[in-house]
Design a binder for this molecule. Structure first.
Ligand code: NAD
Length: 348
């Protein structure tokens, strides 16, 4: 895995070249946060939306001063291929829709950013990567923490073995879910429970701190804390990843309670963040003392990092491209298989 370099904070006023025009697909909670990030971005701007709700399209058009012709619905979305004013389609839909809309956007000749989790399984991720390659467009996954200073420091501490070989990681992310109507509790839309939604960050941090791919997985489902809420997806899941360098990573993701922490113990010291995975502000320390970095607009930093490379017609590095989403999904597929069978699943 390549070393991940911090993206310098971009001064919006200093860049005067062309901005990348982004259309957001699916105007839910995260799209609103991304829209704020796009407002603060130097290299990208919000230029269009795709929504199934005409009234939302109208409201967004007014709020962000969007052109009429850049407001699409799910039926006329494919005509985006004739629109030179959209460069990138950013998919912020429920997980089960990521594959279809990535492939449709690629066929329309648009670069694609797709939210995590990339798809429902590794086979779907492979189809998405192939579709984008065939269409000659770039595919990025919305992994905002690859641009976040505290997480970049975790990577540096782990990959550069600042405290020696990391031997143990404990990573947990969860929150309490109470809304039975939430699509995240429907298997057909979400693909799974907290592992698909937030546990993926613990898979990510284990991989980017070690700089390695896991060789085997064991996993256990946690208790069903509410029969009505959790009749399709898991309420909690705990898993263990073994890495070739001698690291074991023990992770939890849950919809039963709030938790947001990362801890690593290496041969000669320790480092941790809590909170360290959500939107911040983050807090962390190492055996040498407190970690102190600026709290940034994670979405603006992500859009600048991806946007600058696309504008320069440079290939996106694999750690933010579709390949990274595929690597996570292979691990997630194995975690679910291990939990369902009780067996150790070999990955390499
Ligand atoms: P949300 O429920 O707030 O929004 C989903 C949007 O999809 C809504 O506008 C809804 O109208 C639309 N939609 C279209 N068809 C739908 C259907 N059949 N069922 C439900 N909604 C439908 O969800 P969200 O929190 O914005 O999450 C969207 C995606 O973004 C997910 O894949 C999620 O994992 C990802 N996400 C990423 C981050 C991050 O930090 N990178 C944070 C939150 C969400």
């Amino acid at each position: 895995m390549p070393k991940l370099m911090p993206v310098a904070h971009v001064d919006k006023t200093k860049y005067t070249g062309k901005k990348l025009n982004v259309a957001l697909v699916g105007l839910g909670r995260y799209a609103a946060i991304l829209a704020d990030g796009l407002q603060a971005s130097a290299y990208c701007k919000l230029a269009g939306v795709v929504t199934g709700h005409p009234e939302k399209g109208e409201a967004w058009k007014k709020q962000y001063n969007l052109a009429d012709k850049n407001i699409y619905n799910y039926s006329n979305f494919d005509s985006i291929d004739h629109n030179p004013d959209i460069d990138v389609v950013y998919i912020v839909l429920p997980n089960s829709m990521h594959k279809e809309y990535t492939i449709r956007a690629a066929k329309g000749g648009k670069h694609v950013i797709c939210e995590k989790p990339m798809a429902l399984n590794a086979a779907d991720c492979e189809e998405m990567i192939t579709a984008c390659k065939n269409a000659g467009v770039q595919l990025a996954i919305g992994y905002r923490l690859h641009y976040e200073p505290y997480n970049l420091e975790l990577k540096r501490l782990g990959q550069e073995k600042v405290f020696g070989q990391v031997r143990l990681i404990e990573a947990s992310l969860g929150y309490r879910t109470t809304d039975p109507g939430e699509w995240r509790l429907k298997k057909a839309l979400a693909g799974g429970g907290p592992l698909m939604n937030v546990g993926i960050y613990c898979v990510q941090s284990s991989r980017y701190v070690s700089g390695e791919e896991p060789t085997s997985v064991t996993a256990q489902f946690g208790p069903v804390t509410d029969n009505k809420l959790f009749n399709e997806v898991e309420a909690s899941i705990i898993w263990q990843l073994d890495f070739p360098g001698g690291l074991v990573s023990n992770c939890t993701s849950t919809y039963a309670c709030g938790v947001d922490r990362f801890f690593a113990s290496a041969d000669y010291g320790q480092f941790e963040l809590s909170p360290g995975i959500s939107y911040g502000p983050f807090k962390g320390k190492t055996s040498n003392g407190e970690l102190k970095f600026p709290d940034i607009n994670q979405q603006a930093a992500q859009m600048d990092g991806i946007g600058k490379l696309i504008l320069e017609n440079k290939p996106l590095p694999s750690h933010i491209a579709g390949e990274e989403g595929l690597k996570d999904m292979k691990v997630i597929d194995a975690i679910y298989k291990a939990a369902a069978t009780g067996e150790r699943i070999m990955l390499a």
